[in-house]
Design a protein around this ligand. Sequence first.
Ligand code: ZN
Length: 552
Amino acid sequence: MRVYIPLLSVILLAPLASATEAPLPTESELHAMTARFAPVEVKVDTSALPANEKLALAKMVEAAKIMDALFYRQVAPLNETYLASLVSDTSPLGRARLHFFHINKGPWSRLDSHRIFVPGVTGHKPPGANFYPADTTRGEIEAWIKTLPADQQTQATGFFTTVRRDAAGKFMLVPYSIEYQPELIEAARLLHEAAAATTQPTLKNFLTLRARAFLTNDYYDSDMAWMELDATIEPTIGPYETYEDEWFNYKAAFEAFITLTDAGETAKLRRFSAELQGLEDKLPIDPKFRRAQLGGLSPIRVVNVVFNSGDGNRGVQTAAFNLPNDERVVAAKGSKRVMLKNYQEAKFANVLVPISKHALAAKDQPLVAFDPFFTHILMHELMHGLGPQEITVGGRKTTVRLELKELNSTLEEAKADISGLWALQQLMDKGVLDKTQERAMYVTFLASTFRTLRFGLTEAHAKGMALQLNWLLDQGAFTVGADGRFAVDFAKVKPGVASLTTEIMTLQATGDYARGKALMEKFVVIRPEVKVMLARLNDVPVDIEPHFATEM
Ligand code: ZN
C-alpha cells in the first residue's frame, strides 16, 4: 500500500458524467493539463556500485520495462489499441496526447475525474479495469464467486487471477502466469540474468524466486525473500497493488520500483520499529481489538529511485509503500516499508511548499518543514502494519480487506494517515521524538491535505484525506479564517485525531461494511470552503513527472 504526495486541479471537481462527456481537450488545454506535473530529472549516483552490480541493475531495469507494458494492458480492455492509435499521430496535438497518455497510462485523465483526452474513446474508465470480462457487471461477478467451491473462491478473490469467459461464455479463472505468459517468461529471463550478475545473496535469492513466481503464479516464497532483502540494490517488481480494481480491490496490477538503498537513513529510521508493539498496546480502541503480538520483523528501507514503471509510475507518483499485501506473509513476517527519498524531496520542494503559501494562515506558514513531513510519511507506512487485519466476524475468520471490499483502500489509507499523527504524538509525549516539532507536524499535515485533495476524489488516498479533513473541521481541530485560509487549533487537534483513529479502527475490527459506507458517504466530499481554496492553487504543480537519467 502506498502514500502519495499530491496536488491538483479544479476540473477534477466536475462530476464524473460531465467529465467524460466533456469535449476533447485542445492542444493548449492538454499542455496546461500536462504542466501540472513538474518535470524532474531522477538521477542516482551509481559510482559506488561494482561493474557486476551495475549489470544486475541494468537487467532489472529491462525487466521493469515489461511491467510497464503489462500494466497498460491491465488498465482497460482496449488500452493498448488506444496507445497504438496515438503512436502513429505525429502532429503536435498527437504528440501532446501521447505524452499525457504516458503520464496517465491510459486515455482517461486521472486528475480530472477520468476525463477522456483521446479521440475514439467512449465511456467511463472501466472500474473493473481489464481484470474481468468487458461485458459483465460487478453484481454478476459477485454472484458467480458465491457459487464457487471454497478453494476456487480463494482464487477468485485473490490477487493473481483474471476472470474471463470460456468457449461456452461462462466465467472462468485464468492465472496471471497464463494470461500474461509471453511477457512474464521474458521478465523471468531478465531477472535470472540479474541474479547471475549480482554477488549479494539476498538479492540473488529474491530475483531467482521472483522469476520462478512469474512462471508458477505462486508469489509466496518470493514475497518472503523480498522481506529479507539486504542489499545495495532494492528491487520491487511484479503484481502488487489492487487500486486499479475499483470493483473489489482484489486484483493486483504490475509495477516495478528499481532503487538503491540509502543505508544511513534506513538505519536511522529502523529505531522506530522498536516502538511499534508499544503503540499497538495503546491504540485508542477496545483492548480486545489490539494485537498481542505484531508480525516478526518490520524492516524499513529508505531508497533512491533509479527507475519505476507500471502501476508504480502513473499519474501522481508514489512516495512510499508498504508491501507485500498477502496477509499470509504479513502474518509471518510483518511488512516492509520502502520510502522513496529522492521523490519525497522533489515533491516537497515543487508542490507542498508552494501550496502552504496559499492555504495556511500567516501564523502557521513558517512551521511547514521537511522533517515532520518525512517523518509522518514514515509513520503512515508503519501504521499500515498496526491495527486490525485478520479478524473474526460472527465466528468466521476473515480479513478487513475481504469484509470492507471496495471501501477498504480508502479506509486503510485514512487509518494510516490519522493514526500516524496519533502515534507521532505518543512518541513526542514519551520523549522518543523532539516535542518541539509538535506544531510543525500538525501544520505540515494540514498543508499536505490540500496537496492530496488536488488528486480529485477518484483515488483511495484522496478519498481518505477528504474524510480526515472534514472530520477534523467538524471537531474544530482545523479552522477556516475570514480570508479563506486554514489554521490548526492546537488544543482541539489531539482529541480530534484520536477520535477518528478510534472510529476507523473499530469499524475495521468489526468488519462493519455498513458503518464504513455511511462514514464515507458523509465525509468523502469536497465542501465549499475547501473547493474555494483548491481553486486558488491552480498555479502550483500537482506532482512531478519523473525522467529517469541514472547512468548504468
Ligand atoms: Zn498508505
